[in-house]
Design a protein around this ligand. Structure first.
Ligand code: ACO
Ligand code: LMR
Length: 264
């Protein structure tokens, strides 16, 4: 019989060998003719399946709400400085993307991991938060530089409102809200931030859709798919900041001496 030569690469999400490329088996023409959106394409290429409309709409809302947050945040700042150093689009973009991590925009996966573990183990918000404190770990998804208990993040509110209306269950999100109630009783800056909102709500999306096995959910959380949402979203804004600086013909950036404390 035929002997299959061993391959050096295995791939399961897309295939361009036929008449037209397919994403998770769905041909490009169906994607266009059936009016698929970016949320559907993400579902196919990341989760390898079509998701119901409320899920793809939620993904698209995450992308839209996280696309930009002004010029002062870490990512935009890096991108602006790089663009003003005369670098190209890709360099300016990745310079900004490289700031995404545990403090800025990249706390979604850890928020999902810790909230899931705490909820599934039945920890009270008090036990969870104080347990984290004992371990010296900041609660991912909690805290913000400018948002406060009396000046909440509108993005969080919008995501919560959408999920409460469309998701079959928002148990992880409600748990995150209880955690926030406890952390706000400790300090006014310890709000549920957009990373925490997306992390907890994505757990609800995965568990509530009925389309993922428990093992698949654990794998998604363990591998860490969810920071990808912020990376993808914020790329839109960082590209915009690059064009903005080029359009404005901004010169090389140099930080003012007066804003540095020179000390021994
Ligand atoms: N869990 C527990 N305690 C916290 C947390 C947290 N998540 N965040 C801040 N605190 C505490 C700090 O320990 C600090 O107390 P201390 O001075 O006694 O140590 C106090 O609150 C003030 O903290 P600051 O360091 O002044 O807060 P800062 O404004 O620098 O930090 C940040 C903001 C980085 C977002 C922080 O809250 C944090 O690390 N959060 C967890 C990571 C996270 O969710 N990042 C995503 C933010 S949203 C986004 O980037 C789109
Ligand atoms: C963001 O989305 O970039 C912000 O939440 C971060 C910030 O510090 O404002």
């Amino acid at each position: 019989g035929k002997v299959r030569a061993p391959t050096h690469i295995i791939s399961t999400i897309s295939d361009d060998r036929g008449e037209e490329p397919c994403y998770a088996g769905v041909p490009m023409s169906s994607i266009v003719e059936q009016g698929y959106g970016v949320g559907d394409v993400i579902s196919l290429l990341w989760f390898k399946r079509s998701l119901p409309r409320y899920c793809t709409q939620f993904i698209e809302i995450c992308i839209m709400l996280c696309a930009d947050h002004g010029p002062c945040v870490s990512g935009a700042h890096n991108t602006i400085v790089t663009a003003r150093a005369g670098k190209d689009l890709v360099s300016s973009l990745v310079s900004g993307l490289l700031t995404i991590g545990p403090r800025f925009g990249g706390a979604i996966d850890d928020a999902a991991r810790y909230f899931k573990d705490a909820y599934d183990r039945g920890l009270t918000p008090y036990e969870f938060v104080e347990g984290m404190k004992k371990k010296g770990i900041r609660v991912p998804g909690i805290g913000h530089r400018i948002k406060r208990g009396d000046n909440r993040d509108k993005r969080v509110e919008l995501l919560q409102r959408f999920a409460r209306t469309h998701f079959p269950s928002v148990k992880y999100m409600e748990y995150a809200v209880q955690v926030e109630t406890y952390t706000l009783s400790k300090a006014n800056n310890l709000v549920l931030n957009v990373d925490g909102a997306i992390g907890s709500l994505f757990l609800d999306l995965l568990a509530g859709s009925g389309l993922f096995t428990k093992q698949e959910i654990d794998e998604i959380v363990e591998i860490g798919y969810l920071n990808g949402l912020f990376v993808l979203a914020r790329s839109i804004g960082l590209i915009g900041h690059t064009f903005d600086q080029k359009r404005l013909k901004q010169p090389l950036y140099r930080h003012p001496w007066e804003d540095v404390l020179y000390t021994k």
